[in-house]
Structure formats: C-alpha cells, structure tokens
Design a protein around this ligand. Structure first.
Ligand code: NOJ
Length: 755
C-alpha cells in the first residue's frame, strides 16, 4: 500500500477474489528459491492475489524472498503476514509453558516472551501462534505441556504476561510480534483427554474457567485468537458463531483477527456439519477470518458470495449479501493487522539478517533460559537434605535423558536447534565440584512400536542395543562406587504435545525398573523427572530420597537443572497442575466442587472418592497439590488477617494480610497463595479458588507481611443456563479466606460480608 493510502482506499480497489485471497494462509515449507511443488503453488497464489499470509518460513532469507514476490508480483503489492509457532521461545528455547506457568513468576514469563518476540521479529515474523492458554485438567491430554495448567486465575495472569512480553508497548517495534491466544475454547477439556475430542461444559464453567484466560489476554491487548479443533457442546469451534462472534467479539470486545487452526475449517466436514461450501460459509459467518491450509475459503467463497447458500438438511440459509459483508469484514481485519504490525510502513523492516544473527541464541537469552529452567523446577521431596549435592560428592548420573540433547527442548520447539541444547551431564560437570560419571542404565521405552511413534519427527529414543540386564548392572556398579545417585528419568519429548495423549501417566517401564534397582544400591537417590505432563510418581516418591520435576527445560535446561542440583539456584517451581496419585484420578484440579457426600479424610463408606486410594490422598487433590513445591529453606505463615473485619455492602474490597517468615538457614523464595471458599451460595461452588499470589524472597529469620486486596468482584461468579444469559452474581454472607504455600496446607479465617 503506497504511503498515504488508507485501508478503505485499498479495499475499494480490490476485487472480491482478492479480498478472499487475503483470508488464505498457507505454510511456506521451503523458500521460493527451492522450486519445490509447494513453492510453485505459493508463487501462483501470490501472482493471482490469492494469498494473505504464510507461516513456517524457517529463515529470514526465505521471509524476505517471499515478501519480495508478494510486494512486487501482485496487483496491489500487499505484503504477506508471516507467522510462526513460537510457543516457548523461538531460537532460544525456554522451558515448556506448563513449566513456565509453574514458576508463578510473571515477570519471568514476560521476559521469556520478550526474547522470543525479539528473535522471531528479527526474522520477519510478525505474528506468533502463542500463547496457548487452554486450561488443562486432564494429564492424559498431551497438549497439557503447552498449557498454563489447571487454574483459571494463574492461567489468566500467564496470558497477560505472555501478551505483554510478545507484543511489547508498540506492535510496530522491531522486537514485537502479534500474539495469538489459542485455542479458543475448551480444547483442553477434550473428552477422555483424547486430543481433538469434543468437550461438554456447562456455560458457567465454559466461560468462567476455560474462557477466562482468553478474556484476560484480550484485555491485555492480544492482537489475534486461534480457533480450537474441537466441538463444544455440540458445535465445532470453527463454526461456533455464539462463542466467536457472540462472546469473544461481542461480550469480550475482541477486535482483532481470528485465525483457523491447521485445516480446522476443512475438518468441519469430518465433524459432520456439511459439505465444503457449507463449512466454509459457517466458519466465515462464525467469525473465523483466516483459513489455515485448507483453502476452503479460496475454493468456495466466490460462489457462495454470488449465489448464497441454502442447505435445509443442516438448517442453513445464507444470502449473498451476508457473505460479501463477512468477506469484507474479515479482509479488513487482515489488512488492519498488517497495518498494526507495521508491514505497510515497510514490509522489509523486520527482515534483518544481521540483527537475526546477533539475537539468535544471544548470551543474554541463554542466561535467561538458564535462570528460567531453574525457576521452573519443582522440588517435590528432599529427605535428609540430600539436595543440594554436597560439594565434592562423587555423583553417579544415570539415565538416557541425562546425556541427551534431542529431548531437552521439549515438544513444540519448531525453530529450536537441539544441537544447541545443554545436556544435564554437561551442566553438572560444569557446575559440580566433584566427579560426575554417567551410565545410560535403561532405554526410555521398551516397546518398539511406541519407540517408532515417538521418533515421528526424528530419532529421539535411540534404543540401546544392549540387554536391559547389562545396562542395569553397569548403572549399579557406578552407583555402588559413588556417593550419590542422580537418576534422570521420564518421558521422551514426543510423549506429550499434539496428538500425544496417554492412557497411563507413568514413567515408562524400563526406567521404573532401573529406579527400583538403584534404590536397592544403598546410596541416596535423587530422581529428576523430565516430562511434558504431570506424571504419577507415587511409587517413585517412596523409592527416591529427593524428587525434582524438571519438565523439559529448553536450550539451557541442562544447566538450569544442574544449578538446582548443586544449589547455585533454588528450585523455583510450584505446581501449576496437581500431580495425580493414580492415572484413574484424572481429570483433576484443586478446586473441585463440593458434593453432598464429601470426602472428609476419615473412613466412611459412602463418600466422594475412590475405594482403592490410600486415605492420605484426597481424591480430588492428588499426590502433590497444586501450588506445591519446596525450596532450600523453610517458611512459616501466620493465619490471615482481614480488614475491615466486618465488611458490609458499602465496602468494595477487603485487605488480607499474612505474615511469612523464613525459618530455615538460608535466603530463599516462596510463593504465598490466596484462596477463597464461598461455603453457602445459590449454587454449588468450587471447594476453593485461587485469587492471588505473591513471590517473596527472605533472608533467614526475616519476616514480611504480604497484603492482598480482595474485591467484592473477586467473589462474584457466573450463573445462567446459556452463554447468552450468564450473569455475574455474588452471594453476601460467609466466605473463608485461606492463605498457604500450596492449595492443601492452608491457614484460614472466616469472614462475614453482609449485603
Ligand atoms: C496445529 C496446532 O493445533 C496449532 O497450535 C498450531 O499453531 C498450528 N497447527 C500451526 O502449526
């Protein structure tokens, strides 16, 4: 668009076909210079003005080359919008999102997103398909790895921090990219934890829990949103007009771009809601602006815009004017997005090879990644203070994952180079002042079929041809000749992620057998678990002296973990998801609704729970509760104090104050958490809801008062039979205010808030 031309002028000159072209998004695959069939198709589309955006470009050179073709080779010279999956870092990979959320450190989350944005923007990328803000309460679902966990309050803060970090203060800045909240909505509520499966949710839970991080992300200014693959309450999200056009744009006031997921519009046919023309029309009218990969808009909208669409069998009647209007609206949103991210000022400003080379894996980025990896590690057990490792201790570092680059980045790190990742062995050798020797000990998995599936994007399993007996013997010999065993065990990176749901949430069998053998060696055992999801670690917690959940820490994961093991850094993580005691406990979250026959902790036959769970495991709470994590010092909390003590209808908020004290021997940090229960309400409420948290760092013996403001609005909740009739209400009366260092061990006080 020439300087001075407005979007109105441009649109006035565009044909309908060109407008539809702006709604078409393809993956680039390789650069134009390769001459591959894909690149020939893209060239042809560009020449016809039938392509608006590309993703998956892989290099700044390829972005520039495509952009040159787009600007010079089409009638209006409209620049392409380049997008990419920048989920937990671009070239410098940070810990998985579930790990980042477990830091409960939103300044850190924001800082990682800033770095990701700077690296991506330097390569010409203007939009990233992040943050993923799907609430995930079912650890069978593989994409829990990409999610901020189970809690809407924490996830909403994560969404805001990610949007701030990615977009910065000015979307035109050379280190900013447009965020894309995904996957709208309730993708994480897939039935049975099966990826892509549908969700059925009461309206209040759908909006109050699953849509809450989207509301927060939109309020923080997110420029785009991606639709989810699944159907919600019987309507596939790519055609869910009530939720996209109604709630997201209407109630929530979202004015940005809605992008389809990969062939998400095309897949509406498999959902069974009509033929290609029908689904294209339904998605457009629902408010999906850009069609990713399916080219259904390209194939169908010209005709529907000319003739309308009547399909009595699926109850649709759309007239041509409605379609033309919707195409105009969506095309305008695409062009506005291009303008917002500065592409009309200078389509090449963001393709800066020198800057990209300077920023890619810059030392400061690696430092942040290392700090983040430590800040996300969750220390679950530390019997006898086995951690940090004693200086000089001779360490037997065991496990395939301990000396592994291929898995370290975790799932969805499409632009990360595993060769750049530090292994735990390297990290520990650099950090620990004592001998560190390594043995593989066991294969990651022993089922060749599973191994093949895990290797889908390249070899990550690397099966050792030796007999298991031989590997175990080698590991045992090393353990016997060392002071302490550090066993690194867990999942391969592709055990989680897209289309990687599991029916068992355990550490794969050969590694479990290895732990059992090592636990008998008479040496203290530190078990470090790498995983993309909460695993069942009940037996492991019994066998190991110390237990660290390291998730997948990214490029500097090996060094960050080594920092934690050696005490150079504290394990900063607090669980953003409850860890189940058994797979059968999922879905699981800390705020389960109260029931008529609650589980009380004492033996009663008729109560909500499971016959086969030990009595010390709350059936709705898991083995390790949400918010839990140890550091290297101890903290104590006083009971909370609330002022005013007797709030009335005139009070808009109360202040909750709690004293926290470092009772241990060293400086350290903890996360003070505020929860609320509404014990008497007009309908069944969650047993507890997170309403605030604050990270506090204290010297030994130091105490501090932490104050939270709890508004009356924070006690309100949604009620209603349909999405359209939801109302926010609050029920005056008794509230229980809890503070704690996790969702289970709480200090509580009851208050009465009169009308
Ligand atoms: C499918 C995934 O669901 C989505 O998260 C991703 O952004 C797109 N593919 C593009 O790669």
């Amino acid at each position: 668009m020439a300087q001075g031309t407005s979007i109105d002028d441009l649109m006035a000159r565009m044909t309908l076909a060109e407008k539809i072209g702006q709604l078409n998004l393809l993956s680039a695959g390789e650069g134009p210079e390769t001459g591959s069939p894909r690149s020939r198709d893209i060239r042809a589309r560009l020449a016809e003005g039938r392509l608006g955006a590309l993703f998956g470009t892989k290099s700044v050179r390829s972005v520039r080359a495509w952009q040159e073709l787009a600007v010079a080779g089409s009638r209006h010279g409209i620049p392409l919008l380049f997008a990419e999956d920048v989920i937990h870092g671009h070239r410098t990979i940070f810990p998985l999102p579930i790990a980042l959320a477990s830091s409960w450190d939103m300044a850190l989350v924001e800082a990682t997103a800033r770095v990701a944005a700077a690296e991506a923007a330097a390569e010409g990328i203007r939009q990233v398909y992040a943050p993923m803000v799907d609430i995930a309460r079912d650890a069978r679902w593989g994409r829990i790895a990409e999610s901020p966990g189970e809690d809407p309050f924490l996830a909403a803060r994560y969404a805001e921090a990610m949007v701030r970090g990615l977009q910065g203060a000015d979307l035109r800045a050379p280190d900013a990219v447009a965020a894309c909240l995904k996957h709208f909505v309730a993708y994480g509520a897939a039935a049975g934890g099966r990826d892509y499966d549908n969700a059925s949710l009461a309206p209040a839970e759908l909006i109050g829990v699953y849509a809450e991080p989207f509301r927060a992300g939109v309020a923080a200014g997110a420029a785009s949103v991606m639709a989810a693959f699944n159907a919600v309450n019987g309507q596939p999200m790519h055609a869910h007009r009530k939720l996209i056009d109604g709630w997201l744009r209407g109630t929530c006031g979202f004015e940005g771009l809605v992008v389809a997921d990969y062939t998400g519009i095309h897949e509406l046919m498999a959902h069974g809601i009509g033929d290609r023309e029908t689904v294209a029309a339904l998605a457009l009218v629902a408010g999906v602006d850009i069609d990713m990969m399916g080219e259904d808009y390209l194939a169908c909208l010209d005709r529907i815009a000319a003739e309308g669409l009547v399909r009595p069998d699926v109850g649709i009647e759309i007239d041509p004017a409605q379609v033309v209007e919707a195409i105009d609206r969506s095309c305008r949103r695409v062009l506005e997005m291009k303008e917002r991210v500065g592409l009309f000022d200078d389509p090449f400003r963001y393709c800066d090879e020198a800057r990209a080379a300077r920023l890619t894996l810059a030392p400061a980025h690696r430092d942040l990644a290392r700090r983040a990896a430590a800040a996300c590690c969750v220390l679950l057990k530390n019997a006898g203070g086995v951690l940090p490792l004693a200086p000089g201790a001779r360490v037997a570092l065991i496990g395939r994952l301990a000396d592994d680059r291929a898995n370290m980045l975790g799932t969805w790190a499409v632009s990360g180079d595993p060769a750049e990742a530090a292994t735990i062995l390297e990290g520990l050798r650099e950090t620990h002042d004592g001998e560190v020797r390594h043995a593989v000990g066991a294969n990651l998995v022993d089922d060749p079929e599973i191994a093949a599936r895990l290797d889908v994007f390249g070899p990550i399993v690397r099966l050792d041809p030796r007999q298991e007996r031989e590997m175990t013997a080698e590991a045992l010999a090393l353990a016997t000749d060392s002071d302490v065993v550090v066993l690194v065990a867990g999942e391969a990176k592709e055990h989680s992620g897209e289309s990687a749901s599991r029916t068992e949430l355990d550490i794969p069998a050969p590694q479990r057998r290895l732990l059992e053998a090592l636990a008998g060696a008479g040496k203290p055992v530190v078990l470090v678990v790498l995983a993309g999801r909460p695993l069942v670690l009940a037996r492991e917690a019994g066998l190991a002296d110390a237990l660290v959940l390291g998730w997948f820490g990214g490029t500097e994961g090996g060094r960050g973990l080594a920092d934690v093991l050696t005490g150079r850094a504290e394990p900063g993580g607090r669980l953003a998801v409850s860890l189940p005691a058994r797979t059968g406990q999922v879905p699981l979250h800390h705020g389960a609704e109260t029931t008529g026959r609650p589980w009380t902790g004492r033996f009663e036959k008729f109560r909500t729970g499971y016959l086969d769970l030990p009595d010390d495991v709350p059936p709705a709470g898991g083995l390790y509760p949400f918010g839990f994590g140890l550091g290297y010092t101890d903290f104590e909390l006083d009971a909370p104090r609330v002022t005013p003590t007797r709030p009335t209808g005139g009070d808009r908020y109360v202040t909750v104050t709690v004293a926290v004290r470092n009772t241990g021997a060293q400086r350290g940090a903890t996360v003070v958490q505020l929860y609320v229960t509404d014990p008497v309400a007009r309908c069944v409420r969650p047993s507890r809801e997170l309403k605030g948290f604050e990270r506090v760092t204290l010297d030994p013996g130091e105490a501090r008062e932490v104050a939270f403001t709890l508004g009356r609005e924070d006690l309100a909740y949604l009620v209603g039979e349909t999405i359209g009739t939801l109302e926010r209400v609050w029920d005056p009366g008794t509230f229980v205010i809890h503070v704690g260092l996790n969702a289970r061990d709480l200090r509580s006080v009851e208050i009465a808030w009169t009308p």
